[in-house]
Design a protein around this ligand. Structure first.
Ligand code: DOR
Ligand code: ZN
Length: 355
């Protein structure tokens, strides 16, 4: 790493939690990720979800076909865990380098999670295999219990499910994805006798729960887990910029067609891919921690997944960039031709990627 007051050069980063979608949406969003990132852990919550090797291989091919010419980018595929997931299929997928991890969505917690796991007891044999072979388990850590307040669902998940799971499978590799609370930060930090890490999104570092209600109901800031109180955002910023190996970059960029966001029942998801690195850089700059950006963005995640560090470099310069109000689409999103709205729309960020 090389850095001065006006310029910072780091290894190319990886996005270790990304929704690339499929079809026209994939075609519209992929270049925003490949512009910056070397690799991405690709979420499997398509409809139908990615559960078989064939589906993952085909999906990977569709992604590869859309990578802009001359750009090197590796999509790392994941499997979607269901109640009746096959241990053999998952293990074979891992052995063959097709599945890099398994994603656990508790049923009905978020977008396309209706095929998710209804009871962790149903997946004991899968968890045993994953612990044995070192296959990472990626967790959307929220309970689906409607009696639990939405702002408490992450903490309750940790107490009810994650903590017992770690006791039963102490050797399993786990990423508690997109953490949103000081409770999760402390839990991860104090559980380092296990192989437990967390991704942190740009949006949870920038917004608190007020953003959804600023002057009206703002669905562009609605994601899951929802942003929490300010004290949690502060704890997340401290964790991300700490340099600790257990925290790394995962954008959770989750585009939805505009008519799914501008709806009386809007979808959860923030499309942050277009300015994700600039967004993280802004946080590290504000926290006086640009020297920790490379660890968070380009090293800790690769080390956790056992991937080689990227050798290519990327440079950010201290130059304002104005985030546009909308991102044009190049191919039709069904019956919706409206552009996508990026995270930070209309704002100015202070670090730009040098092209
Ligand atoms: O905000 C979110 N969007 N959270 C998720 O867990 C899923 C994602 C999506 O796929 O839209
Ligand atoms: Zn996600």
């Amino acid at each position: 790493m090389n850095f001065s007051a006006n310029q910072i050069t780091i290894r190319k980063p990886d996005d270790l939690h990304l929704h690339l979608r499929d079809g026209d949406m994939l075609a519209n969003v992929i270049a925003h990720t490949t512009r910056i990132f070397s690799r991405a852990i690709v979420m499997p919550n398509l409809n139908p979800p990615i559960t078989t090797l064939e589906q993952a291989i085909e999906y990977r091919k569709r992604i590869m076909q859309l990578i802009p010419q001359g750009i090197s980018f590796t999509p790392l595929m994941t499997a979607y865990l269901t109640d009746d997931a096959s241990v053999e299929v998952l293990e074979q997928g891992f052995d063959r380098g097709i599945f890099h991890a398994v994603k656990l969505y508790p049923v009905n917690v978020t977008t396309n999670s209706s095929y998710g796991v209804s009871d962790l007891k149903n997946i004991d044999s899968v968890l045993e295999m994953m612990e044995r072979v070192g296959m990472p388990l990626l967790i959307h850590g929220e309970v689906n219990d409607p009696s639990v307040d939405i702002y408490d669902r992450e903490a309750v998940f940790i107490d009810r499910h994650l903590s017992p799971l770690l006791t039963r499978f102490p050797g399993i590799k786990i990423v508690l994805e997109h953490i949103t609370t000081d409770y999760a930060v402390s839990f991860v930090e104090s559980s380092q006798q296990y192989k437990l890490a967390s991704t942190i999104t740009p949006h949870h570092l920038h917004i608190n729960r007020n953003a959804m209600f600023l002057g009206g109901l703002r669905s562009d800031f609605y994601c899951l887990p929802v942003a929490k109180r300010e004290k949690h955002r502060i704890a997340l910023r401290k964790a991300a910029t700490s340099g600790k190996k257990c925290f790394f970059l995962g954008t959770d960029s989750a585009p939805h067609p505009r008519d799914s966001k501008e709806a009386s029942c809007a979808c959860a998801g923030i499309f942050n891919a277009p300015f994700a690195l600039e967004s993280y850089a802004e946080v590290f700059y504000e926290e006086n921690a640009l020297d920790k950006l490379e660890a968070f963005a380009s090293e800790n995640g690769a080390l956790f997944y056992g991937l080689p560090l990227n050798n290519e470099k990327i440079t950010l310069i201290r130059k304002n960039v104005v985030v546009p109000y909308s991102i044009d689409i190049c191919s039709d999103l069904g019956n919706n031709e409206k552009p996508l709205v990026p995270f930070h729309a209309g704002e100015t960020l202070r670090w730009s990627v040098l092209d």
